[in-house]
Design a protein. Structure first.
Length: 226
């Protein structure tokens, strides 16, 4: 369609709006807009995307504003929480357990020492003990992954607290702490330095068999958001 001289003048004086906000440049800078009109040879030009209503300055501004207002803060929060640890939790619950031996008349349940029951009364569904003839008694928990071991809480059997004395606790084979005495039925102990590991074992000299009602490992769980 041929334009009148007035229309041709208005078309040549028009300029497209370029919106640039960081990485949100949706229009080419320096582009001459709207391209409706004619060439010097008199051939009509196709309408630009702006004229066709596909891109408008308002739409572009809204898209860029929405990106920085919503997506960027959410992304930053995800990166932040990826590096955050939770508070201390008992990471020994609902894991895999094993022990060196059992009394012949006991229920063979090494998980009894990590069932969140701190009662000191010895019962088959509450505490564990190894065989009296075991010359290397031990009990251990596989945490399933590496944790920072911050603290340990151990509950003995009422009246049999001495069966935890002369014990050694190791984290992946590295010595954490030794239990030389049991001043009370429950004790809180820590490694000499924070150890990271997956397998926590308590073993003792075979003077007496190992008896224990609850073994708690306090560590930190990594919070994953991504």
């Amino acid at each position: 369609m041929w334009l009148t001289p007035g229309q041709r003048s208005r078309a040549s004086n028009s300029r497209s709006t370029t919106v640039s906000d960081g990485g949100c440049r949706l229009c080419d800078p320096g582009s001459h807009g709207p391209h409706s009109g004619v060439t010097r040879s008199g051939q009509p030009l196709a309408p630009s995307r702006h004229e066709a209503g596909l891109i408008t300055s308002d739409t572009t501004t809204m898209r860029c504003t929405a990106f920085y207002r919503w997506y960027l803060p959410v992304w930053l929060l995800q990166v932040w929480f990826t590096a955050v640890y939770s508070g201390q939790v008992n990471v020994a619950l609902n894991k895999k357990y094993s022990q060196s031996s059992f009394r012949s008349f006991d229920d063979r349940r090494p998980e009894n020492a990590a069932n969140d029951n701190t009662d000191g009364t010895f019962r088959d569904n509450n505490c564990i003990r190894t065989s009296s003839s075991d010359d290397n008694p031990w009990w251990e928990v596989d945490l399933g992954q590496v944790y920072p071991v911050l603290k340990l809480t151990i509950y003995g059997c009422s009246g049999y607290e001495s069966h935890l004395e002369s014990s050694i606790i190791t984290v992946d084979g590295r010595e954490c702490v030794r239990i030389t005495s049991m001043p009370s039925r429950a004790i809180n102990i820590s490694c000499s330095s924070t150890l990271y590991g997956r397998t926590i074992r308590i073993s003792k000299c075979p003077v007496k068999n190992l008896m224990m009602c609850e073994f708690q490992v306090w560590g930190q769980s990594l919070v994953l958001v991504l």
